[in-house]
Design a protein around this ligand. Structure first.
Ligand code: ARG
Length: 389
């Protein structure tokens, strides 16, 4: 019997996919990726077996997610269309990589995923798979089967005895991991409608946040966050703590209409409290330690980097080349940034670094000024010379 390795989440789509793939003639191996979504994985594993999976793998990908995916994106300040910190997009190449590894271990002929035919995730899974092993067949059951609605799919699950922990009332489509959450569907499909309170899961509403600001410091060493308030944490705990502190202050929300790779505009709500603090602090530190040209050039690359991640091109040559460049730029990104979190805002209020390029004796307007203003005159004449008529 041919084997297929399915990226299984335990939700409705991938549960029905197990049954559907079996009917298609495959032996199904379920791969559950732990990217910090905080599920009861023992339960999910049980459900996969009960639904008909022959074997289940649970991959704890959290460490690798942080070190190999989140840190490079943070170093690049990569935010798609300036707002989305890519929490979902960053996991796809990681999960696909492990899917391919399991497929090799199991000598499977195919891999499968539960993405729809309208989204970006199908592209990310499949492009990554094809880059890593073009011989593997890729099956996308949700793109092929003929359920016209969620209700119809639930009925299919019920008639086939597929155990579910969903209800017909579920309104939002949610993707969650340790770096953030992406929420769409329901009322959110009206881009003019304000998201109802119950949409948000990692942050309180800014108006309900404490009326006293929370101050904190974040330290970086060569672009990698290392401390909060002078205390050293492993990255997993550092992110968890920041999610908590920032979430309580209503920090990290984004409401956007974005351009999907498949040509559709869609409205999505994001929360990334820790990510928002880290991006803000990281940029602030770079402003202090990178020279003007490097900083400006790097800013452009950040947008490109985000596009590559969003487009599923994580394993492209351009992305690796950008990584090499960005890594070089981080060698002086060491120092401390002070943030003030207040009712949904994350405000940098201080920065310092042993590698600071800030020269007070040049910037000051006091008697301590060492800047030779006479030099400005000649500089301005030559600078403007090409444009004089
Ligand atoms: N729009 C985001 C992306 O393409 C998130 C996709 C998943 N969103 C969701 N709510 N299930 O990366």
């Amino acid at each position: 019997m041919k084997k297929v390795v399915l990226a299984y989440s335990g939700g409705l789509d991938t549960s029905c996919a197990i049954k559907w793939l079996k009917d298609y003639g495959y032996e199904v191996i379920a791969f559950i990726a732990d990217v910090g979504q905080g599920e009861d994985f023992a339960q999910v594993e049980k459900r996969a077996l009960k639904t008909g999976a022959k074997k289940v793998y649970v991959g704890d990908l959290k460490k690798e997610f942080i070190s190999d995916f989140i840190l490079p994106a943070l170093a690049a300040n990569a935010a798609y269309e300036g707002k989305y910190l890519l929490a979902t997009a960053l996991t796809r190449p990681l999960i696909a990589k492990h899917l391919v590894e399991v497929a090799h271990r199991e000598k499977a002929a195919a891999v499968a995923h539960g993405c729809t035919g309208k989204g970006n995730d199908q592209v990310r899974f499949e492009v990554t798979t094809r880059i890593l092993d073009p011989k593997l067949e890729i099956i996308a059951p949700v793109r092929e089967w003929e359920f016209r609605s969620r209700e119809e799919e639930i009925d299919y699950a019920k008639t086939h005895g597929i155990p579910l922990n969903v209800s017909k009332k579920k309104i939002y489509s949610i993707d969650k991991n340790l770096w953030g959450i992406s929420i769409e569907c329901g009322i959110l499909e009206d881009p003019y409608a304000e998201p109802p309170k119950d949409v948000y899961q990692m942050s309180v509403a800014p108006q309900d946040a404490p009326s006293k600001p929370t101050y904190l410091t974040i330290d970086f060493e060569k672009g990698v966050p290392s401390m909060i308030n002078g205390k050293r944490y492993g990255l997993m705990e550092l992110i968890a703590r920041l999610n908590d502190i920032a979430g309580k202050n209503g920090v990290g929300r984004a409401d956007m209409v974005e351009n999907r790779l498949v040509g559709i505009k869609s409205r999505e709500i994001y929360e990334a409290p820790a990510g928002t603090c880290l991006y803000t602090a990281h940029r602030e530190l770079e402003a202090l330690v990178l020279d003007r040209e490097l900083l400006h050039f790097k800013e452009m690359l950040g947008l490109k980097y985000a596009e590559l991640v969003y487009y599923g091109l994580w394993y492209s040559e351009l992305k690796s080349a950008l990584d090499a460049f960005i890594k070089m730029t981080q060698k002086n990104v060491t120092g401390t940034v002070r943030l003030k979190l207040y009712k949904g805002n994350c405000i940098p209020v201080g920065r310092r670094s042993p590698r600071s390029l800030y020269r007070k004796e040049l910037a000051t307007y006091t008697g301590k000024d060492k800047f030779n203003q006479k030099l400005a005159e000649g500089f301005i004449r030559l600078w403007g010379l090409p444009f004089e008529k």
